[in-house]
Design a protein around this ligand. Sequence first.
Ligand code: AMP
Ligand code: AMP
Length: 317
Amino acid sequence: MKIGTIASHSALNIISGAKAEKFKTQLYCRPDRVPFYKSFGLEDSIVEIESFHQILEMDLSDVIMIPHGSFVAYIGADKILNSELRLFGNKELLRWEADRNLKSQLLTEAGFNVPREFRSIDEINAPVIAKTHGAAGGDGYFIAKDADEVKDKIDESISYSFQEYIVGTKVFVTYFNSVAKNRTEVFGADIRYETDADANLRFDDSPSFVVIGNIPLVLRESTLAKYYDMGAAFVKAFQHLANQTLPGPFCIETIIDREQRIYSFEFSGRIVAGTNVWIPYSPYSYLQFGEPIWMGRRIAIEIRELMEKGILEEALR
Ligand code: AMP
Ligand code: AMP
């Protein structure tokens, strides 16, 4: 059995982790990126392909594929859901993530404090962030202080959702739900840094939310304990609503305001790029395992343990 992924996003994290756990690996790589990945000593993992879509036509029955942010961005949620790919993670959760209504249903079921959604412009009575559907990394978003400003800024040909704008610190917390160990682990936290919403000096009022990268964050321990409870509640809520287990990595995307209220506006049911800041380990994974465990390696350990218990197939649904 091999572990594979497409060469982008968190591929270095995933492939290096699988190698550390002695798995054979496959890194599906477009020609222009081959020198880059080779420079990390990954030549024996590289499978050169012209386009990421090609993985849908290949026989990958001996590969456990680790999905990351580029799968949906470059191939599309529908195509992945309908494919024969053996994904580590829950395909159903991907569907919930791709659908705004299901997404907020899950966040609410988990008992999270979520920003208010306004169904129409006339309902808007607070500053809002207008989100385009299926946006790649915040592209096309805008903020507005009231309904009039929304009317000025809106592009009539695009459909938006309007969410209350929360002023505060963006805190992204990643977790690992281990089926093999029957426990939810809090893995690490980071701050997503976005141009130019996070730039201090600006001369216009339409910041871009395009992601530049991530900055490691160590939370106050009392806050971390709250996030631990949130992670456990999220796993339970998905179990309750979808009647399915959530195996492996996930992330809850939040903003903490000045009253220290935590607002959850998003989740990802897979590895997120924010975990790249915690190679070779996060403070929490180090405390849990006593050795360097980064997210790619954590995934590989789980796969091995599930194989040993004979229950891997359930995690690949
Ligand atoms: P890339 O690896 O830059 O080709 O990005 C692939 C997809 O993942 C795009 O949709 C990006 O917006 C998203 N992405 C890449 N890095 C990050 C990050 N650090 N945080 C959030 N999204 C990311
Ligand atoms: P999303 O596409 O939902 O992940 O949002 C992209 C970015 O927009 C986030 O990383 C935040 O910087 C910002 N954002 C999203 N929702 C809110 C909100 N309700 N209040 C303030 N900022 C937000």
